[in-house]
Ligand binder design. Structure first.
Ligand SMILES: *Cc1c(COP(=O)(O)O)cnc(C)c1O
Length: 433
């Protein structure tokens, strides 16, 4: 790989200019447009292992991994071959298939809270369905979410949301009826007292608490010691459900997700990203008595034409099989820690206030002295500086999430050499900021 200092983006520019006339903002998901970091977004031609190539022929080390799914590296031959073989038998049956059992069993074996599971097609769908289930099971309407946490784009969750909403500095979205969000209460992450106060103010009305157990959509924010335990106790005390949104953390920060890593078992869990191995899959699952509410076992309606299709199930199964190999999470942990610690060190050595960290294959880095315990803290970071850093890294062949409010992702394909090269690039770029 050659280090480019003046990126050639002619073809990317042409394609993206045309895209802007065809699709809102030129994209099908907002953060891809690079609005918060400025500059020309890169139009991607292909991906392989830890790398990405754009339509102008530039190569990048990719730390987004299609926003999480590519934990084994892009286009892993073990996964791709299985998808090809599955496609020969048809892409969707709209009827039961055995592969659903296989992936369901793998998820149930891996994730402590999950006794039964329902597959859907995205993390958004998983979260909106789990919310309906929380309400159906408890007969209560209000829910508590945390500022800066993202649970997909369903109406009820677009209140102080993270990810693209935070990145673009959007207010709560127009088009969402007040009546829909009136039942969504919010608290700062890592603030048990605020959660307790909400329970006290709304006696008998709160169906449950939903959170990213490790936040990745307001940047990377781990839970303080005792926070997850405290939520488990509070929800039990008030007869409410605890829901971990592990769409990002599931099979990433440990094979069994954050709940396995921290030893806290929620009542329900949402999954996505990694379990689809790069194809559209989401899932929600949990205690058997709660999941039995879901149609057709019970009265809570939720359905999907393409849900559980054999192509997506295959990609998920093969990805999880790769992750089950010995040493996987040790390798992910080691590589990611070297990278995350290295970025903070390089920043501090070049005179920038910075903080960051990692858990297994998920990391984050802020241009602020920190520490960052919640979204308010995250917002103290220097966004202008990050924009220049992001562009500089791109020019040095490193593709980072185009926002301070997104976590970064590594994969089994990232090598020590990739990390060295990344830190070398960071050193050069930081010195110019
Ligand atoms: C990505 C994400 C979602 C939404 O998943 P989509 O597949 O993009 O709909 C929900 N929750 C969390 C924690 C996520 O990271």
């Amino acid at each position: 790989m050659t280090t480019t200092t003046h990126l050639k983006t002619t073809r990317s520019e042409e394609i993206f200019a045309a895209a802007q006339k065809l699709m809102p903002g030129g994209v099908n998901s907002p953060v891809r447009a690079f609005k918060s970091v400025g500059g020309q977004p890169i139009v991607v031609d292909r991906v392989k292992d830890a790398y990405m190539w754009d339509v102008d022929g530039n190569q990048y080390i990719d730390y987004i991994g299609t926003w999480g799914p590519a934990i084994c590296g892009h286009a892993h031959p073990y996964v791709i071959k299985a998808i090809q073989a599955a496609a020969e038998k048809g892409t969707s049956f709209g009827a039961p298939n055995y592969l659903e059992n296989v992936l369901a069993e793998m998820v149930i074996d891996a994730v402590p809270s999950v006794e039964m599971v329902r597959f859907v097609n995205s993390g958004t769908e998983a979260c909106m369905s789990v919310l309906r289930l929380m309400r159906a099971f408890t007969g209560r309407e209000k829910i508590i979410k945390f500022e800066g946490c993202y649970h997909g784009h369903a109406d009820m969750f677009l209140v102080k949301a993270g990810s693209g909403v935070a990145t673009l500095g959007l207010p709560d979205s127009p088009g969402v009826p007040k009546s829909t969000t009136a039942a969504t209460l919010t608290a700062p992450f890592n603030d048990l007292e605020a959660v307790k106060a909400l329970f006290v103010e709304n006696p008998g009305d709160i169906a449950g608490v939903i959170l990213e157990p490790v936040v990745g959509n307001a940047g990377f924010i781990p839970p303080d010691a005792g926070f997850l335990e405290g939520l488990r106790e509070l929800t039990q005390e008030y007869g409410a459900l605890l829901v971990f949104d592990e769409v990002m953390t599931g099979f990433r920060i440990a094979y069994g997700g954050a709940q396995a890593k921290f030893g806290i078992t929620p009542d329900l869990t949402t999954l996505g990203k990694v379990i689809g191995g790069g194809l559209p899959v989401g899932a929600y699952g949990g205690r058997r008595d709660i999941m039995q509410m879901v149609a057709p076992a019970g009265p809570m309606y939720q359905a999907g034409t393409l849900s559980g299709n054999p192509l997506a199930m295959t990609a998920g199964i093969k990805t999880l099989e790769l992750l089950q190999r010995p040493g996987t999470y040790d390798q992910l942990e080691r590589i990611t820690k070297t990278l995350a610690d290295g970025l903070v060190q390089v920043a501090q050595e070049t005179g920038h206030a910075a903080c960051g960290g990692s858990i297994s294959a998920m990391f984050g880095f802020f241009f602020t002295a920190g520490p960052v315990h919640n979204y308010e803290d995250a917002k103290t970071c220097d966004l202008q500086k990050f924009g220049r850093f992001h562009r500089g890294m791109l020019e040095h062949g490193v593709y980072l999430a185009p926002s301070q409010f997104e976590a970064g992702f590594t994969s089994l394909a990232h090598t020590d050499e990739d990390v060295d090269r990344t830190l070398q690039a960071a050193c050069e770029v930081m010195a110019t900021l």
